[in-house]
Design a protein around this ligand. Structure first.
Ligand SMILES: C[S@@+](CC[C@H](N)C(=O)[O-])C[C@H]1O[C@@H](n2cnc3c(N)ncnc32)[C@H](O)[C@@H]1O
Length: 219
């Protein structure tokens, strides 16, 4: 399935933003920590902003935010969320690879974009974001992780190990400042001990459990 088609399906079947599979209320991963340790608010780019949770969090902390997504629904939901929270942000509908931008940012956020990207675009994406980030800037990535052989199902985003991600970005960003992971149980039937993939929809799609890796890179 094409990269964008997946999201056409998701946004098309969600009646409200809370029904989207990646719905979350709190800012992702290290974002609160990055904001806290910054001397002052800077310019942030939320790549694949979705419904705008992280964009609105950053804007509420005084950051100048650009929220980018290639889906019309995502841009609409982000604008609505910003309005509800009385914050302003710059919402841009574009594919990150094709987006023409002369600005540089202090912070780039990718929570769930890269792990859905087609392999042949990954290197271009890495070069693009390296170009968009100021020296000394931060890149916060949330990416599904490989845990064991059982998580290598065909559906869902790509899983990568921490060392694969580190290797991919070595030479692009100077250091991995912090790493963390969160494990999520998608199947309530067997705790992943005996996989009952055919009985639980989430299980048959993405496996009985998944792990999300959070990466904080500094350039
Ligand atoms: C898994 S969702 C996560 C949304 C949001 N970051 C969050 O954590 O709630 C990924 C989002 O990235 C967007 N997206 C995926 N690939 C993209 C691309 N190449 N350019 C722009 N947006 C993209 C999708 O439309 C979707 O809204």
């Amino acid at each position: 399935m094409d990269e964008k088609e997946v999201f056409v399906e998701y946004y098309g079947s969600a009646k409200k933003r809370e029904e989207l599979a990646w719905h979350h209320k709190d800012p992702v991963g290290f974002l609160p920590k990055i904001v806290e340790q910054a001397e002052k608010p800077g310019k942030a780019l939320d790549m694949g902003c979705g419904t705008g949770v992280d964009s609105v969090f950053l804007a509420s902390k005084g950051w100048e935010v650009t929220s980018l997504d290639f889906m019309t629904e995502a841009i609409q939901m982000t604008k609505e969320r910003a309005e509800e929270n009385n914050v302003s942000l710059n919402a841009v509908q574009a594919d990150i690879i094709d987006w023409q931008c002369d600005e540089k940012f202090d912070l780039l956020v990718d929570a769930g974009l890269m792990h859905n990207m087609r392999r042949e675009r990954i290197l271009t994406y890495r070069d693009k974001i390296s170009h968009l980030l100021k020296p000394g800037g931060h890149f916060m990535l949330a990416h599904w992780e490989s845990m064991n052989d059982d998580d290598r199902l065909n559906a869902g985003p790509r899983r990568s190990t921490r060392s694969q991600i580190e290797k991919h970005f070595s030479g692009t960003f100077d250091s991995l400042t912090e790493f963390d992971r969160k494990q999520v149980q998608t199947c309530q039937l067997c705790s992943g001990y005996v996989c009952e993939r055919n009985k639980e929809p989430a299980c048959s799609e993405v496996g009985p459990q998944l792990s999300i890796g959070f990466y904080w890179f500094t350039k």
